[in-house]
Design a protein around this ligand. Structure first.
Ligand SMILES: [Fe+2]
Length: 354
C-alpha cells in the first residue's frame, strides 16, 4: 500500500460490480470492498477512506439509511459519498443527493466514466482542502498584522502617556494606577449591573487603554502652572482647565488622519469630560448628570481617588480611608452616585493598598 494514494471504499452486495469497480480504480487508488453497510461501519471504525462509493439497494441497511448515519457522525460526515444507483432506484437520485451525496453513478457503469467521475470529485475535495488551508493562513496573516498594529498603538500610547506624566506627576505611575483602578471599578459595575447596557457595548480593554490619554491635553499647559508647588491662582486655574479641551483637540487631530477607531473615540470623550461634575459645576462644559458621558463619570472618580492617595507637589498622600471619606462627601455633587457606590463596594470586596 502506498501512503500517498487516496483510499476508496466500495460498498455493494453484487460481487460482479465490486470486482469491476475495483479493477477500474485500483491502478490509481487503494481500493477496499465490503458487501454491505453493516460491514462498512465496521470498516470505518478502523479506517477512514477519502471517498465511499455506496450502493443504494442492499439487503439490511440500505444506501440512504447508511448515508444518514454517515452524515450524523462527526468522524464520517466529511467523507464524500457517491451513490451507485441501478435503473430500479433512479427515481430516488434526488433523495440521495439531498442526503448529502456528492454525486450518483448509474449502474451498470462504464469503467472509464466511473474513473473520471471519481477523479473529478477527488480533485474537488483536494481543492476544498486547499481553500480551507488558504483561509486558515489568511486568518493567521490578518491576525499577525492586527497584533502588529496593536503593538504599535500601545507603544505610541505608552510613550505619549509617559510624556504627559513626566511633566505632571513627580511621583509617577498615575496613569497606570488610574487605569488599574478603572478596571476594578468597571468590573464591579458589570458584576452589579450598573450602566450594564452601555458598558457591555464597549471593548473594555480598549477603553482602559484609551483612559491613559485622559490628560494628554496637559502637553499644552505651561510648566510654571503644571509644576507649581502651591495653590494655583484663579487665572492659573483657568489656564489649567484648558487641558480638557486641548486634549479633545489633540485626539481630534489624530482622528482626522486615521480611519474610524473606537480607541480614539473613547480617548476623545475621556479627555473632554473627565472634569465634568454630576451637579453641573465642572468644566469645560458644565454638563449635568447622565448627560456627562459615562467615560468621563468613571474617569472622574478614578482620577480624583488617585490624586488623593498620591503625594503631589502641594500635598502629602492621603490614606485610602481618608480618600474614600473625601470622595464620599462629593456623592451626588461631583460624582455619579451609582458609580460611586460601585466604587466603594469594589474596594470593600477586595484587599486594598493605599
Ligand atoms: Fe485632567
Amino acid at each position: 500500500m502506498r501512503f500517498d494514494r487516496k483510499k476508496i471504499l466500495l460498498v455493494d452486495d453484487n460481487p460482479v460490480n465490486l470486482k469491476l469497480a475495483r479493477n477500474t480504480l485500483m491502478g490509481f487508488y487503494d481500493v477496499f470492498t465490503v458487501p454491505n453497510a453493516e460491514k462498512m461501519f465496521l470498516f470505518l471504525e478502523k479506517t477512514l477512506p477519502d471517498m465511499i462509493l455506496l450502493d443504494v439497494l442492499m439487503p439490511g441497511i440500505n444506501g440512504y439509511e447508511a448515508m444518514r448515519r454517515l452524515m450524523g457522525d462527526d468522524r464520517t460526515k466529511h467523507i464524500p459519498v457517491i451513490f451507485l444507483t441501478s435503473m430500479a432506484d433512479m427515481g430516488s437520485e434526488m433523495e440521495g443527493l439531498s442526503l448529502g451525496a456528492v454525486d450518483y453513478i448509474a449502474k451498470p457503469f462504464i469503467p472509464q466514466l466511473l474513473l473520471k467521475r471519481v477523479e473529478t470529485h477527488m480533485l474537488m475535495e483536494a481543492q476544498k482542502e486547499e481553500l480551507k488551508y488558504i483561509n486558515a493562513n489568511l486568518e493567521r496573516i490578518v491576525q499577525a498584522k492586527t497584533s502588529a498594529v496593536l503593538e504599535l498603538q500601545n507603544a505610541v500610547l505608552a510613550t505619549v502617556s509617559e510624556l504627559v506624566e513626566c511633566r505632571d506627576d513627580i511621583t509617577g505611575g498615575h496613569v497606570e494606577r488610574t487605569s488599574r483602578t478603572m478596571r476594578k471599578l468597571v468590573s464591579e459595575m458589570m458584576k452589579q449591573g450598573v450602566y450594564l447596557d452601555e458598558l457591555s457595548s464597549w471593548d473594555i480593554e480598549l477603553f482602559l487603554q484609551s483612559s491613559q490619554l485622559h490628560d494628554v491635553g496637559k502637553i499644552s499647559i505651561h510648566d510654571d502652572i503644571l509644576l507649581k508647588p502651591g495653590k494655583l491662582t484663579k487665572e492659573e486655574f483657568e489656564e489649567m482647565k484648558k487641558h480638557a479641551l486641548f486634549g479633545e483637540e489633540i485626539i481630534d487631530r489624530i482622528q482626522r488622519n486615521t480611519s474610524e477607531n473606537v480607541f480614539l473615540t473613547h480617548a476623545k470623550i475621556l479627555a473632554g469630560s473627565h472634569h465634568e461634575k454630576w451637579d453641573g459645576s465642572g468644566y469645560p462644559r458644565g454638563t449635568v448628570g447622565e448627560n456627562i458621558p459615562l467615560q468621563g463619570r468613571l474617569m472622574a472618580i478614578a482620577d480624583v481617588y488617585d490624586a488623593l492617595v498620591s503625594k503631589r507637589p502641594y500635598k502629602e498622600a492621603f490614606s485610602h480611608e481618608m480618600a474614600m471619606r473625601i470622595i464620599n462627601e462629593s456623592r451626588g455633587t461631583h460624582f455619579d452616585p451609582a458609580i460611586l457606590d460601585a466604587f466603594v463596594s469594589a474596594f470593600d470586596s477586595e484587599e486594598h493598598s493605599a
